[in-house]
Design a protein around this ligand. Structure first.
Ligand SMILES: Nc1ncnc2c1ncn2[C@@H]1O[C@H](COP(=O)(O)OP(=O)(O)O)[C@@H](O)[C@H]1O
Ligand SMILES: [Mg+2]
Length: 251
């Protein structure tokens, strides 16, 4: 099952992606957490994995992707673009693991003026499309803020789009837009209320159907502290275990 976690900047996508990944691993699933945010540098800290090269670096960097336009991909890149492949085909060097969760960083903007993030998006789509997963495998994609991945046609290759909503009007508005985009991609979607506040549902009601909400994660000091200090999230929450079960029931 492939999940793509999206939502407004700061709503808690990375936090929720790590919580879900670790909870799936506790259920015995093989989990790959994919860091598809080309800007943020710290997902490996929250996940607790060792720092590692990105997939883009491992494939040879931006230059290695350039031949894509002429149809002459390097050997490594061809793997991802042209044919189905399995977890094992991804170089170990860019998939450090901890507690049953492997983290794969797609690519990061590192230098001033290096170019746009299109190569990262350009890898993510075939990665998600061609990666062959077993019934017990869970791929959890943590995206950058906003909706660019929809524009790039990534989401149609996920099994479920998980929209994270925090208690802000902006987040509510984006949730409504996410539904329209998800419907365009033909991919089922579900929402998680994060930093949940008792007043949220009343406000949200005019934006989305409450039936699309599959769970809530409260505002918690331990989660906030992990984010503040860049520490691994090792917190086990019954709310998250229940979310995993609901997602598996959808998939
Ligand atoms: N349920 C929560 N309770 C407390 N703090 C949270 C919670 N979820 C996220 N945060 C905090 O909110 C901030 C943004 O979270 P993050 O996961 O980085 O969001 P995003 O990936 O959407 O930008 C971080 O400081 C994080 O620690
Ligand atoms: Mg994030």
């Amino acid at each position: 099952m492939k999940l793509i976690v999206c939502g407004k900047g700061g709503c808690g996508k990375s936090t929720v992606a790590v919580l879900l990944s670790r909870a799936f691993a506790r259920l015995g699933r093989r989990v790959m957490l994919v860091d598809a945010d080309e800007s943020n540098m710290g997902l490996h800290r929250l996940a607790g994995t060792a720092p590692a090269a990105t997939l883009l670096e491992t494939l040879g960097g931006r230059r290695s992707l350039r031949p894509q336009t002429s149809g002459q991909l390097g050997e490594a890149c061809r793997l991802f673009y042209d044919q189905p492949f399995r977890f094992e085909a991804i170089p170990d060097a860019c998939t450090p693991a901890v507690d049953g969760v492997s983290l794969l960083k797609v690519g990061k903007i590192q230098h001033f003026g290096e170019g746009c993030a299109c190569p990262m998006g350009g890898i993510l789509r075939p990665l998600l499309a061609n990666l062959q997963v077993d019934a017990e495998d869970r791929v959890v994609v943590d995206t950058a803020a906003g909706v660019e991945h929809f524009g790039r046609g990534v989401d149609q290759h996920a099994d479920i789009i998980v929209g994270v909503i925090d208690p802000t009007f902006e987040s509510f508005k984006l949730a409504k837009k996410l539904i329209a985009l998800a419907e365009g991609s033909g991919t089922p979607f579900a929402f998680v209320l994060n930093k949940a506040d008792g007043r949220m549902r009343a406000g949200l009601g005019s934006f989305i159907d409450p039936a699309a909400i599959i769970g809530e994660i409260p505002m918690r000091d331990d989660l906030f502290s992990a984010g503040l200090e860049g520490r691994p999230i090792r917190i086990e929450l019954p709310e998250v275990a229940q979310l995993c079960r609901r997602l598996e029931a959808m998939g």
